[in-house]
Design a protein around this ligand. Structure first.
Ligand code: FRU
Length: 490
């Protein structure tokens, strides 16, 4: 068929003279640009791709549209790091120049094989607004970090019978001497599923069928599957379109769940023991994980959301990734902990401890990039919490309600509100005893909150006014608090 031609389907090679330089200049000094979170120089970032440790460096690739804050022709951009903290920009990794990726190099994974990093991704092909196809492709990065596309691409041409053009986001892994590829997919009846391919050499792939996920069937499209072993269990992460909200769950336009259970590749089944939303914040999607050299399971996600306009869109850039998080399986619960190396960002520290009585407040000065660790103990208060990114004109509130056993993040009092069509608060059930620990990372316009050692995480964007750097603890009754605050800088 004929493919859709639109200006948003241009590659950087088709940029006009000086165009990329002027895009870069426009986005460069935006005070909302994160300091220590991976973000695009200009244009739009979405999913993390190809997470890996290869030849002495951590590598993070990401979906990138260069020409503005919209979803258009996706490239793979590339950053690398020695320590998961300080990142260095690398040349653009994948520019979609070929027929099999005519409308973008979509998400995928990395797998080291024979001393080279294999990058699996989806070549997106659009015929018109409603019709598309997908090809599964390979690019190879050599030990000098040069990347070339595989000559006999695509590895898998088109999508199998019974499925729409929405088949994408290869997750490739090796088990018992064989390679497997999981693909997010949509059936012809517009329900979501996961497809399994098998390979002897990680080049030639045989379609095995659908993975029977016993215990989860919702969603009209499953995207960005991730799969790994942790602590003797199998874990599957799915990014889902089209799941209805209920109570505290699935309030974003697209939502992420994790499933802990048992994978049986011979029977193509995944038996689910436990299933839960992975992050309770407003801006979190398409997470991926990898095993690092110390054997840690490390996760990055897109700290963003589809179908939402963000305050930086007019400045020509959008979105960032989350911090790297170490995953820990505690029973059947996945805990997320900011990676230990982040302490390297710490500058001046401040410690405050004390007691609050009914209606009292403790005020601390913030920065635009900081880490805040708060422990509440001897909690006799019913409602208590933390306000931050605060001034006379706005605030973000994290509220603990002991009687309801609920924690709530409230962005309704921000000066720059966005995405309000999906609500202005997010919450989660949390049994509150007399000891609550909170870890908050603020990086100019991104906030990551970890409660009770990573049992609950909230990832959200907020776009504070320059003056809104206040932090306040509040309580409607007695409690003890201990606060540690660090300014963070690269
Ligand atoms: C998820 C996603 C993926 C796709 C990519 C395109 O955010 O829709 O399914 O590969 O983004 O940028």
């Amino acid at each position: 068929g004929t493919v859709l031609q639109e200006t948003k389907y241009r590659t950087i090679y088709q940029a006009r003279k000086g165009e990329l330089q002027s895009l870069r200049r426009m986005a460069k000094d935006d005070p909302w640009k994160p300091i220590y979170h991976i973000h695009p120089p200009y244009g739009l970032m979405n999913d993390p791709n190809g997470l890996s440790y290869f030849n002495g460096y951590y590598h993070v690739f990401y979906q990138w549209y260069p020409f503005g804050a919209i979803h258009g022709m996706k490239h793979w951009a590339h950053v690398r790091s020695k320590d998961l903290v300080h990142w260095e920009r690398m040349p653009v990794a994948l520019v979609p120049t070929e027929w099999y990726e005519s409308h973008g190099a979509f998400s995928g994974t990395a797998l080291e094989k024979d001393g080279q990093l294999h990058l699996y991704y989806t070549g997106n092909v659009k015929f018109d607004e409603a019709n598309r196809s997908a090809n599964q492709c390979l690019a190879i990065m050599d030990p000098a970090f040069r990347i070339h596309k595989y000559k006999r691409n695509p590895l898998i041409k088109g999508t199998p019978k019974g499925y729409t053009g929405h088949v994408r986001d290869p997750k490739v892994f090796k088990k018992d001497g064989l390679f497997y590829m999981f693909l997010g997919a949509q059936r012809n009846d517009l329900t979501g599923t996961l497809l399994v391919y098998e390979s002897q050499d990680a080049i030639g792939w045989e379609f095995k069928g659908e993975l029977q996920v016993e215990g989860w069937s919702k969603g009209r499209m499953w995207e960005c599957p991730d799969f790994f072993w942790l602590n003797g269990k199998d874990v599957l992460i799915l990014s889902l379109q089209g799941v209805e909200k209920n109570e505290h769950n699935y309030h974003n336009v697209y939502n992420v769940i994790y499933l802990v259970g048992e994978l049986d590749l011979a029977r193509l089944s995944f038996k689910v023991d436990y299933c839960r939303e992975l992050d309770k914040g407003f801006d979190f999607y398409a997470p991926q994980t990898f095993a690092d050299p110390q054997g840690r399971r490390v996760l990055f996600a897109w700290a963003g959301s589809g179908e939402v306009a963000y305050p930086t869109d007019p400045h020509g850039w959008a979105h960032c990734l989350t911090l790297p998080r170490e995953l820990i399986l505690d029973g059947t619960k996945l805990k997320q902990k900011p990676i230990g190396e982040l302490v390297r960002l710490r500058e001046q520290g401040l410690t405050v401890a004390g007691q609050l009585e009914k209606g009292e407040k403790a005020v601390i000065n913030g920065d635009d990039a900081f880490e805040l660790n708060v422990r509440f103990t001897e909690i006799a208060a019913d409602r208590f919490g933390i306000r931050f990114c605060q001034s006379d004109r706005e605030e973000v509130t994290l509220l603990f309600d002991k009687r309801k056993a609920v924690v709530t993040l409230d962005r309704s009092q921000c000066a720059h509100r966005f995405g309000e069509q999906f609500g202005t608060v997010r919450s989660e059930e949390l049994p509150i005893g007399d000891d609550v620990s909170v870890r908050i990372f603020v990086d100019r316009s991104v906030v990551e909150i970890f409660l009770q050692d990573g049992e609950v995480a909230f990832t959200s964007r907020v776009f504070p006014l320059g003056e809104s750097r206040g932090i306040t603890l509040f309580a409607d009754g007695k409690l003890d608090f201990h606060v540690e605050k660090y300014a963070l800088a690269r």
